[in-house]
Write a protein that binds this ligand. Structure first.
Ligand code: TYM
Length: 334
């Protein structure tokens, strides 16, 4: 097994990437990319579980890859690729299906949430976490930087890795989720009790989309739900969830600690000024990303070339792993 510490994470090209994706995942990927060997994946096969429009899936996949490069992922430090370009993921998923008990998948809260109230859901929706486990463990990733909502899936990947190892002998590194303390759960601006999500980013006032223009970002923050008081402080109280969320966003972007953040707002009267200040730091953070994204989308051939290089490198790590799995499982490997 390799000694070098690896990081793996992924994002689905479904809906518009939003501030929660950025603060819970992308920002940390970029900030720490010099520390380890990194693989980041645009998981288009996962996006298929909700049968998106094919043309839209094509454009959302490229958009998301361009946004990730625009955030600062550097092809010299991080391997960014599209999941379906590396066949090891789908193949590894099948092999792992064969050691994963059905009950483990039926217990996943995201499956329960996504299937609730729907007459029929695809088999792939249930199998989603096994594909995610394949993504991670085929790279012997030690660390999986994700937002809080993906913790249960990463824990399942650990269970699957352990089970495979115990049946067929040491094969996989058992991965750990790495969750940022505050950015790990950015809440909706229209309802601070609900996680900000790509799936609701079409709902007015819910999310700040990463490509929104400054006016739109300011409008979203000015409409943010708070409480009827006027105290600007971090708090676990349900009533203060809106203010807490705004302060959390400000904290992650500025890199300040809680005391420093509260001090910044000491002399501020009313939530209007709080919202305005938070909107300003978010605009400052996202504007260069939007500009760089536009620049990258001017040359789609170059973007595709970078993704092809990423896929080639990813395949050079994951294909031999699938081969090893097959041999251990008793398949004849030509
Ligand atoms: P996805 O596409 O829903 O989200 C991508 C990343 O963004 C984080 N995130 C958030 N973090 C904080 N606050 C929020 N409101 C918020 N919304 C989203 C997610 O936790 C995630 O880290 N199943 C995964 C994709 C995946 C994957 C993987 C991740 C597939 N294979 C392997 C890690 C490793 C997903 O749907 O993420």
């Amino acid at each position: 097994m390799k000694e070098i510490k690896r990081v793996f994470s992924g994002v689905q090209p479904s809906g518009d990437p939003q501030l929660g994706n950025y603060l819970g995942a992308f920002k940390g990927w970029v900030d720490r990319q010099s520390e380890k060997e990194n693989f980041f994946c645009v998981v288009d096969l996962h996006a298929l579980t909700v049968t998106p429009d094919p043309e839209q899936l094509v454009s959302q996949t490229r958009d998301l890859a361009a946004i990730l490069f625009a955030c600062g992922l550097d092809p010299k430090k991080s391997t960014l690729f599209v999941q379906s370009h590396v066949p090891a993921h789908a193949e590894g998923c099948w092999l792992l299906n064969c050691v994963t008990p059905l009950g483990w998948l039926e217990r996943m809260t995201q499956f329960k949430d996504k299937s609730e109230g729907r007459g029929s859901v695809s088999t792939a929706l249930l199998d989603y976490p096994v594909l995610m486990a394949a993504d991670i463990i085929l790279y012997d990733a030690h660390e999986v930087p994700v937002g809080e909502d993906q913790k249960q899936h990463v824990e399942l990947a650990r269970d699957i890795a352990n089970r495979f190892n115990s049946i067929y002998g040491e094969t996989f590194v058992v991965p750990e989720p790495v969750i940022p303390d505050i950015g790990g759960r950015v809440m909706g601006l229209n309802d601070p009790m609900v996680k900000m999500s790509k799936s609701y980013s079409h709902i007015r006032g819910h999310a700040v989309r990463m490509l929104d223009d400054p006016k739109e970002i300011e409008r979203s923050f000015m409409r943010a739900v708070t409480d009827s008081g006027n105290e600007i402080r971090f708090s676990e109280e349900e009533e203060k969830a809106g203010v807490n969320n705004l302060l959390g966003i400000y904290k992650v972007i500025t890199g300040k600690n809680e005391k420093e953040v509260e001090r910044d707002f000491e002399s501020v009267r009313g939530y209007g000024d709080l919202k305005k200040t938070v909107a300003e730091v978010v605009v400052e953070e996202l504007t260069p990303i939007r500009e760089q994204y536009e620049h990258l989308m001017d040359d789609v051939a170059e973007l595709d070339r970078l993704l092809a290089i990423g896929a080639e490198h990813a395949a050079s790590v994951s294909m031999p792993k699938v081969r090893e799995m097959k041999e251990k499982m008793g398949l004849i490997v030509p």
